[in-house]
Design a protein around this ligand. Structure first.
Ligand SMILES: [Zn+2]
Length: 229
């Protein structure tokens, strides 16, 4: 007989586990070491057993609080079968997107931004994946307050990317280390001054940003032709 452990959740993906994280509810934890840039899991923007891709408006239905605008005009609705469901925000995260969310064959990689050791909680920055209009069907600003990360540099309220302090925006657009492109392309596109900064300071990553925007546009066209919108 197989014992079901209700205090842990495992996934199809190896090397990670969800469990109680203390004050902030459940969290995702590393069961092995991840080097900077290593994929932890991939997000497939499609409807399958673990997630639903619907219209942006549908994200405010039963999917509320579980929906993400990873593609303009669409809502990506998670289930608890996806490790992403358990990734908490902290103001000093260790994981997130790379190459502005450019989708590879397996999906959009969610990677270690710095070294993550076995046993560490895997956390991310919610602002870089949130558009200015994700707060409601009336396109109000989104925020999550208060942040429970408890770190000395905690920002308190978590907002969308466009509402961040310019210094924090710059750190996300031009981060230290080799893992670059941490802001989703359409989220960065809302901030023309940051796009211009990127174009001047990191031309190679600016090219990748444009490529990711084109990929998003192609995906939207494909969805439209299949009758999803
Ligand atoms: Zn915080």
């Amino acid at each position: 007989m197989t014992a079901v452990n209700l205090s842990e959740r495992h996934f199809i993906e190896r090397g990670i586990v969800a469990r109680e994280a203390g004050g902030s509810g459940w969290g995702l934890f590393a069961e092995e070491d991840f080097e900077p840039g290593s994929p932890i899991f991939w997000l497939k923007l499609e409807t399958n057993a673990r997630s639903t891709l619907g219209t942006w408006e549908e994200g405010f239905g039963p999917c509320q609080e579980r929906g993400f605008t990873f593609l303009p005009g669409f809502s990506f609705c998670c289930t608890a079968e996806l490790p992403f469901w358990f990734v908490n925000h902290t103001c000093e995260p260790n994981a997130g997107f790379v190459n502005w969310g450019f989708a590879e064959a397996q999906g959009i990689p969610f990677v270690a931004h710095r070294r993550i050791a076995k046993g560490d909680q895997i956390t991310t920055e919610y602002a870089v994946m949130t558009t200015s209009y994700d707060g409601s069907l009336r396109r109000d600003p989104w925020s999550m307050a208060p942040c429970l990360c408890g770190l000395p540099n905690c920002r308190g309220d978590i907002t969308s990317f466009n509402a961040l302090d310019k210094k924090i925006m710059r750190e996300q657009v031009l981060p230290e280390g080799k893992v670059r492109g941490r802001v989703l392309a359409h989220v960065l596109a809302e901030c023309p001054d940051m796009v211009e900064l990127l174009r001047q300071e990191d031309p190679a990553m600016y090219t990748k940003y444009e490529e990711t925007l084109r990929q998003q546009a192609d995906m939207i066209k494909k969805m439209q032709s299949q009758g999803h919108l």
